[in-house]
Design a protein around this ligand. Structure first.
Ligand code: MGD
Ligand code: MGD
Ligand code: SF4
Ligand code: MO
Length: 890
């Protein structure tokens, strides 16, 4: 690693698939400054709340810095030798299919390429699957059925140029915020543009849209089948495109024939008028883009939903032209790169398929190996079943946290416990998955590693290191290559730098590729280290000079990578609607604005942890009343697979009979918030993607003896109680608590929680008759901890209380005030934080509207700064303004 460079380093955000360019500067004292790269074509300088807070996540707190065997630091030699020999022995004894890799769309392309090459090319098994199975598998399968290859035909500009932008199962405002801001800005420039969201839940994205279709869960295939019928009945078809560039039109229309508006209304719960208006808008807008994400993919009918959407674009020829096309937005920063190297268990490499004997011959020839497996490997859910039942005897997990993110996550945890040999490569020492590892391998993290990633629009960008690799951390590709060498495959894994791997990947993309595969990086087949260092973001295909180069859009004039050059329309049979069973709720899961997946990185940022600090269950007030769930009470969610306990959030943004819970909370942050434990492991029959949004669960009220809230200057070692949820806060931690039994000695409980010695001085206010108790302890004019307890959910102001952690307590009278549970008269109580860049809470925003200082989002920005930096909260600010206005007039 070279000296830390002084000039800003151009790199790419490690979070979502928008793939924003980032400028990273490191000051002499090591402080990191992050800003958006104005020259990057994904974001033109913008960053969302997560991207803006990246500097807060690069510290070494909690990092895995040394290889460990059974918890003991072992050094690299011993760890690598052990992993290689255990894998080799297991294969020798039980065959290649007794081992597996489970990898991730958060690996860089170079890391991913070598992992895939080792398993499929040399170990000779296809048992490598990736968390993309949980994320993009249905889109991959749908693309392949329609186009012959896994290709997103369009570009981000299309979303800006569309007259009708349809968002299906996508909470773009929170999950792809910079792309969403580009869309909103485009609509401001072109008011004729319309945004429609299709989501059972009224999201912040739906608030910003021109219309929201609150479709019943999994009504999507019926809705788009009905659209195809409507388009064909009304003659809104592009006959010449259908005739010249597609096959299967008649069959698809025949399958859609029965989907009259009345039937669609039944299947979707939408009114006939709403459906007709949507169909009419689609028919009359030439420029239509349909964006889809996890509400489409993570479903037992996911692949069919994808094809039902694509069918309508093919039938109207609205594909590959400006402002037109189906558009699958990818989740992870390198979901696309992983697909390009073939990381899924049914793929091979460079967009070739394992099932294709020619492809096996091509890739086997290129890798100089005759060990390539013939059949597909196990897909994620099946793979962990095979770990659980002992078929897989050695497992290596890289850059993913399956103990939380897979469905039936308690079974996954058990499988890891029982597996004879588990290796985990991660950047964080303690996760719910690393806890079960026999060997831990420390990887370099974002900011320390070099390589490439591909975003949703086929754009490849560099991630570049700007920090020294700490401790003994090593690049993921280095770790895999070292193991491969030790397993006897040294010739095939000679890599000393990322560029060598990228070059090989580029060469394979063009090897024996006579245009049959659109994925090509041929122009980079001889890229050298200097060119790789200077690489600017580009879109593939990047075939040779005379061939297809950096095309923004594909397929406007056909040219599909199928045997006959035609796309396929796929007949779709929507799933039968499941009748509601009494007592069962449909559990929908997904994301919140400021957290990333299992929170190993965003959970470090106090700014990001303020927006939503606790796992919650969003439930309609009518259902909540029927179940006796009070606001801010606790609810138990049970499915027969597992249980979670979550804070009740009463809200009419979810439909009666349905509930929503975030996917992010793990056992590291809450004792009962792991929603993955509750999820039924149903999968899409075509793609194998789990239906993570459709488990039926029972909900009941949890009535503890006491509720508590605490702020602490240090992370508590052990939290006694039946419920807890922990989040970082400025100057320390905040902790939500509940218990089924009252501690015998409350002051002793508080001391233990604060990490104090028995008998150390503690301020307390005890009211045995009411059960309301308060405690605070200080050291050197600083608060160590404050605890508020009561028989009902604690009303103490959270922001005021967390603010105490950084306050000066040199005056004794201030110490007593901490027991009040709220700010002194005259101080503003923020309420929950909306703008995480400037820590502005809901009460201050509503206050500025109420007293007439601001009436628009921009005016709020002018008076309070809120929403004026990254802009991720602008939708929520608009909602607060609308609500405040409504209250004034109503
Ligand atoms: N803040 C944040 N952003 C992220 C991530 C993150 O962890 N945090 N993760 C990234 C990743 S990996 C991914 S994959 C993306 C995911 O991005 P999105 O797919 O936008 O996010 P989700 O919240 O998983 O789900 C989207 C919506 O699908 C809806 N939905 C559920 N069932 C149905 C249905 O049957 N039909 C329809 N039409 N909609 C339905 C849900 O109500 C939800 O609002 O986000 C990426 N961006
Ligand atoms: N219920 C429910 N479950 C879901 C979803 C849902 O919507 N609902 N969504 C699914 C989707 S779309 C996704 S993508 C998955 C995501 O789920 P996961 O992939 O399990 O989640 P992450 O927290 O992103 O895990 C990444 C891990 O890699 C580590 N890491 C980070 N950088 C590096 C690196 O450079 N090298 C290595 N070796 N490790 C690194 C992190 O510390 C972390 O432990 O969750 C899925 N699970
Ligand atoms: S939208 Fe946000 S999370 Fe996604 S790449 Fe851009 S800055 Fe990162
Ligand atoms: Mo994802």
């Amino acid at each position: 690693m070279t000296e830390t460079p002084a000039a800003p380093v151009r790199t790419t955000c490690p979070y979502c698939g928008v793939g924003c360019g980032v400028l990273a500067e490191t000051a002499a004292d090591g402080a990191v400054r992050i800003s958006g790269d104005p020259d990057h074509p994904a974001n033109f300088g913008r960053l969302c709340s997560k991207g803006s807070a990246l500097a807060e996540t690069v510290d070494l707190e909690g990092r895995l810095l040394h290889p460990k065997i059974g918890g003991r630091e072992s050094g690299w030699e011993e760890a690598l030798d052990l992993v290689a020999s255990r894998f080799s022995e297991t294969i020798a004894e039980h065959g290649p299919d007794s081992v597996a890799f489970y990898v991730s769309g958060q690996l860089l392309t170079e890391d991913y390429y070598v992992a895939n090459k080792l398993m499929k090319g040399f170990i000779g098994s296809a048992n490598i699957d990736t968390n993309s199975r949980l994320c993009m598998a249905s889109s991959v399968a749908g693309h392949k059925r329609a186009f012959g290859e896994d290709i997103v035909p369009g570009t981000y500009e299309d979303l800006e140029q569309a007259d009708l932008l349809i968002l299906v199962g996508s909470n773009l405002a929170w999950c792809h915020p910079v792309l969403f801001q580009r869309v909103v800005a485009a609509r401001e420039r072109r008011p004729e543009m319309r945004i429609v969201t299709i989501d059972p839940r009224r999201t912040v994205t739906a608030d910003a849209a021109d219309s929201h279709l609150p479709v019943d869960a999994d009504g999507d295939a019926a809705l788009f089948n009905g659209l195809l019928r409507h388009l064909s009945e009304t003659g809104t078809l592009e006959r010449s495109y259908i005739a010249r560039h597609t096959a299967g039109f008649d069959e698809a229309v025949a399958a859609a024939a029965e989907w009259t508006v009345e039937r669609v209304a039944e299947a979707t719960g939408l009114s006939e008028g709403t459906i007709q208006a949507f169909y009419a808008a689609y028919a009359s807008s030439e420029r239509v883009v349909t964006v889809y994400s996890q509400g489409v993919n993570q479903s037992a009918s996911g692949t069919d939903k994808v094809n039902a959407i694509i069918n309508c674009h093919l039938a109207t020829g609205r594909i590959g032209r400006p402002g037109m096309g189906p558009f699958s937005v990818t989740g992870q920063p390198n979901a696309m790169g992983g697909r390009e190297v073939g990381g899924l268990a049914n793929q091979l490499a460079a967009h070739m398929d394992l099932g294709d004997p020619v492809a096996r011959d091509v890739v086997g020839g290129f890798w100089n190996s005759d060990s390539l497996p013939h059949g597909q490997g196990l897909k994620a859910v099946d793979l962990f079943d095979a770990v659980a039942d002992g078929r897989i005897k050695a497992l290596w997990i890289m850059a993913t946290n399956p103990a939380d993110s897979l469905p039936n996550a308690d079974l996954v945890t058990k499988a890891l416990e029982n597996c004879p040999f588990v290796v985990v490569s991660d950047v964080i020492e303690k996760t719910d998955t690393t806890l079960h590892a026999d060997v831990l391998l420390p990887a370099t993290a974002w900011g320390e590693k070099d390589g490439t990633v591909t975003n949703s629009e086929r754009r490849i960008s560099r991630q570049r290191a700007f920090l020294k690799a700490p401790g003994e951390t090593r690049a993921d590709w280095w770790i895999v290559s070292e193991i491969a060498r030790r397993m006897g495959f040294a010739d095939a894994f000679p890599y000393r730098s990322a560029v060598e791997i990228y070059r090989e990947h580029a060469r394979l993309s063009e090897y024996r590729n006579e245009g049959a595969r659109l994925f090509s990086l041929a122009a980079h087949a001889n890229i050298d280290a200097a060119e790789y260092d200077e690489m600017v973001p580009f879109q593939w295909p990047l075939a040779g000079a005379e061939k297809r180069q950096g095309e923004k859009r594909l397929f406007s004039t056909g040219g599909f990578p199928t045997a006959d050059g035609r796309a396929r329309l796929i007949p779709v049979t929507p799933p039968a609607k499941r009748a509601r069973e009494p007592g069962l709720f449909r559990l929908n899961t997904g994301r919140v604005r400021d957290h990333w997946h299992t929170m190993t990185r965003t959970g470090k940022s106090t700014r990001l942890s303020q927006h939503i600090a606790e796992p919650f269950l969003e439930i309609h007030p009518r259902d909540a009343d029927a179940l006796g769930l009070d606001a801010a009470g606790l609810a138990r969610v049970e499915s027969g697979f597992g249980t979670a306990i979550l804070r009740v959030l009463r809200s009419d943004r979810v439909a009666p009979g349905t509930v929503f819970a975030p996917m992010h909370w793990t056992a590291q942050f809450s004792n009962a918030g792991r929603i993955g434990a509750v999820i039924k492991p149903d999968t899409d029959p075509v793609s194998g993607q789990p239906a993570l949004k459709g488990t039926f669960a029972r909900i009941s009220s949890v009535i503890p003896k006491w509720f508590g809230f605490a702020v602490l200057n240090e992370r508590p070692k052990d939290v006694p109680g039946s419920y807890w949820a922990l989040a970082t806060a400025p100057g320390g931690w905040r902790l939500e608590l509940a218990g089924d039994t009252n501690p015998e000695d409350w002051p002793a409980y508080a001391r233990a929680l604060f990490g104090m010695e028995a008998g150390q001085e503690i301020l307390s206010f005890l009211d045995e008759s009411s059960g309301y108790h308060r405690f605070a302890a200080f050291e050197n004019d600083r608060l160590i901890g404050a605890l508020f307890v009561g028989p009902e959910p604690v009303a103490a102001s959270r922001n005021w209380a967390t603010g105490l952690l950084e306050a000066d307590f040199s005056r004794p009278q201030d110490r007593l005030l901490t027991l009040a549970g709220r700010p002194a008269a005259g101080e503003v109580e923020e309420g929950s934080i909306i703008c995480s860049c400037f820590s502005v809470g809901i009460n201050r925003i509503a206050g500025a509207v109420a007293d007439g200082r601001a009436a628009t989002v921009d005016e709020i920005g002018a008076v309070l700064s809120a929403g004026s930096n990254c802009g991720s909260c602008r939708g929520e600010i608009q909602r607060i303004i609308d609500h405040a206005r409504h209250q004034k007039t109503g």
